[in-house]
Unconditional design. Structure first.
Length: 364
């Protein structure tokens, strides 16, 4: 099996952390692992497994894929897909690939691009397919699909490049109509990169400029003041409906209460807390788990996804986002929720690999 990690997105370092945890958790008696690292420039290199497991943050510096490894490529042969390693322009070896576990976060990996390549090459893989990955990456298309399926979605507006260039005042007016605070987000980003919490009109343009640094298409969401931020992990099934985990709650202990990139990956002491399982009534817990499975099914997801929701003071549930390749380090929310539901980390990783191995090729 191939572990694919790194990538050309701003979430390169997060992907490397995920790969280190996954590689360490894979049962070596069941699977032979080869590592495919993608550098920030997009070069594919063959990385030894022991180097993947050694990846880790150094202070505030996240790890990255070194280009100083043999170049590699995935190819489709008559007898199945192969990983071809190239050294000084010469093919050094070919390794059969039964399944790929793409741990790429963000654009050019989580958005259906590499999934499309796997489909073309006849490679089975872990996680959602092309359409679910692409729609799940784009917060505008995601919310459209949720609303079409009848899921409760909070107020939002979309600012396209044409909107901002040709009708900026009208775009600002639509944001103001949502009421402050709002969250300004790159439409196709992840890990809270480029997101700003805006509490007054004077802050809006700076937030839009920051978001546009990462994506020319922007989604602006109404802030749920006083709402609880809850998450549920959903796991595919060999037979029957998808499964929902225990619920977690993100509790922020900072003044702005904003779960940003630093809070997720370089948290200050006491800045945030992930409460698993969340302190909810049995009725609310089951309602949220049903909502998470509904969102997973509505998007056509496969394998795994994390569904993020809000619970208002009036006890109303809203679906905010779905993440088709959530953080998967041992200490990330997705594995923690399954651990709370009785599934240890190594068992979860094995389950995901087996789901990938059993998926049919082609249309399904």
């Amino acid at each position: 099996m191939a572990l694919v990690f790194g990538g050309a997105s701003t979430e390169h370092g997060v992907s490397c952390l995920t790969a280190a945890s996954i590689a360490a958790a894979i049962d070596p008696d069941r699977y032979e692992v080869v590592g495919i690292g993608i550098t920030t420039e997009g070069l594919w290199v063959h990385v030894p497994v022991d180097e993947i497991t050694a990846l880790g943050a150094e202070g505030d510096e996240l790890p990255s894929v070194s280009p100083h490894h043999p170049e590699c490529h995935l190819l489709r042969r008559a007898d199945g897909p192969r990983l071809v390693t190239v050294d000084a322009g010469t093919i050094r070896d070919e390794t059969p690939i039964d399944v790929a576990f793409s741990l790429l976060h963000g654009p050019f990996g989580e958005d259906g691009t590499i999934q499309g390549m796997f489909e073309m090459l006849g490679v089975r893989y872990v996680g959602s397919g092309v359409a679910a990955s692409a729609n799940g990456m784009d917060k505008h298309l995601m919310k459209t699909a949720f609303a079409d399926a009848g899921l409760p979605v909070g107020p939002y507006t979309v600012i396209t490049p044409a909107d901002w260039e040709n009708h900026p005042d009208e775009a600002r007016g639509r944001v103001e109509a949502l009421g402050f605070p709002v969250f300004v987000k790159p439409a196709r980003g992840g890990s809270s990169v480029g997101i700003s919490r805006v509490t007054r009109r004077e802050e809006l343009d700076d937030a839009l400029i920051e978001a546009r640094r990462h994506d020319p298409k922007i989604v602006v969401e109404a802030g749920f003041v006083g709402a609880r931020e809850l998450e549920c992990a959903v796991l595919g099934s060999f037979e029957g409906p998808p499964r929902a985990s225990a619920i977690s709650e993100i509790v922020m202990h900072t003044n702005d209460g904003f779960y940003d990139f630093e809070s997720k990956y370089n948290p200050a002491e006491g800045a945030m807390e992930l409460v698993v399982p969340a302190h909810l009534s049995e009725e609310t817990t089951e309602a949220l788990r049903r909502l998470a499975v509904w969102a997973f099914t509505a998007m056509g997801c496969e394998g795994l996804a994390r569904v993020d929701c809000f619970l208002t003071a009036e006890n109303e549930l809203f679906v905010n986002e779905i993440n088709t390749m959530p953080g998967m380090t041992e200490f990330s929310g997705y594995p923690k929720m399954w651990q709370a539901a009785g599934m240890p980390y190594r068992e979860l990783v094995t389950e995901l690999i087996e789901l990938g191995l059993r998926r049919p090729l082609g249309l399904r």
